[in-house]
Design a binder for this molecule. Structure first.
Ligand SMILES: C[S@@+](CC[C@H](N)C(=O)[O-])C[C@H]1O[C@@H](n2cnc3c(N)ncnc32)[C@H](O)[C@@H]1O
Length: 315
């Protein structure tokens, strides 16, 4: 028997076709379907079961109930054609027109419920957001604003945290560091990313061609450089004209113990020093932003400075 004949019986019932028409527009629970079709739960469940058994609808568990939707895309072409013919006719039936009106009210009620939730939970939202998604979940998404055709340098990459944040969003990342053990750890972390290239080299003599990067990041590395001006000049060399360098480092601080414990050479940097070194290195503008302190962090406040190759000014 041709497959299409098997399909006829499921649709040869007005209630089942109405159900399918509604579920083609939105995914609904049995309770919502009862409201839309004005039918008892037992009737809706019985017809839904048959439609599900024959592959016309699928269900997704949601809390204690299921949400149903039409599964038309998963059906064979002849079944889809059959449904097109049937739905065109059924949509004009008075019962189906009333279903469409009631569906709009059910969906409006749903959105009222979510508005009510947010109207009453404004005070709790920050905690709930953090519980569900982490303290600053949006920050991980921000590199998606970068141009995905870019090659970005992670200069002084250490164990590769910055590279790992950038790699999903840009064409290529080149991670450079002088320390073999740090690069070993970076290699492990960055193994899943096929677009990250790891190179050993000095910030003062980068293993990169002139103008080969669209952007570069120097994160928590500049305070270790004996001559920051040289490092910035080298970064300017490897950036294309109008490329950008992002420096993340510490603002001026009093933690002299960092000199002993971690070999820091500079107790943080202010906007003036970064701006002056940037100008000398050939950058045309610098912006310097103190970063908001993480309440859990014990170190000095950080800044983010962006140095641009191109038209001139310092803000
Ligand atoms: C404090 S770690 C920061 C690592 C990473 N950028 C981050 O944000 O986690 C500094 C890194 O810079 C590297 N570094 C310091 N001076 C360097 C230099 N002159 N040339 C190349 N790498 C350097 C160190 O080996 C170290 O891995």
């Amino acid at each position: 028997m041709p497959a299409v004949l098997d399909r006829l019986s499921a649709l040869a019932d007005l209630t089942r076709s109405r159900l399918l028409l509604v579920l083609e527009r939105d995914a609904l629970t049995v309770g919502e379907l009862c409201q839309v079709l004005r039918l008892p739960q037992s009737t809706v469940s019985r017809h839904l079961k048959l439609l599900a058994d024959e592959g016309w609808v699928s269900a997704r568990a949601e809390g204690t109930s299921n949400r149903y939707r039409a599964a038309l895309r998963e059906l064979d072409p002849s079944a889809r054609q059959l449904w097109q013919l049937v739905s065109g006719e059924i949509a004009q039936a008075p019962a189906a027109r009333q279903d469409a009106t009631r569906l709009r009210s059910v969906l409006a009620e749903r959105s009222t419920r979510s508005r009510e939730f947010f109207a009453t939970s404004a005070g709790q939202w920050d905690r709930l957001r953090s519980d569900l998604f982490g303290a600053r979940a949006e920050l991980a998404a921000l590199p998606a604003l970068l141009d995905d055709s870019w090659t970005v340098g992670d200069l002084g990459c250490g164990t590769g945290q910055v590279s790992a944040s950038l790699a999903p969003f840009v064409r290529r990342v080149v991670a450079v560091d002088a320390s073999a053990p740090m690069l070993g750890a970076a290699r492990k972390r960055l193994e899943p990313f096929r677009n990250v290239e790891i190179r050993r080299g000095e910030l003062e003599a980068l293993p990169l061609e002139d103008g080969s990067l669209d952007a570069a990041v120097l994160s928590l590395a500049l305070h270790l450089a004996p001559e920051p001006a040289r490092v910035l000049a080298e970064a300017a060399r490897v950036l294309r004209p109008s490329g950008r360098l992002l420096i993340v480092d510490m603002m001026p601080h009093e933690r002299t113990d960092f000199i002993e414990s971690m070999g820091h050479l500079w107790p943080g940097f202010d906007a003036e020093s970064i701006g002056a070194w940037g100008r000398d290195a050939g950058f045309s503008s610098t912006t310097y932003h103190p970063l908001p302190a993480d309440p859990a962090a014990k170190g000095p406040t950080l800044f983010a400075a962006v140095l641009r190759r191109g038209s001139s000014s310092t803000r």
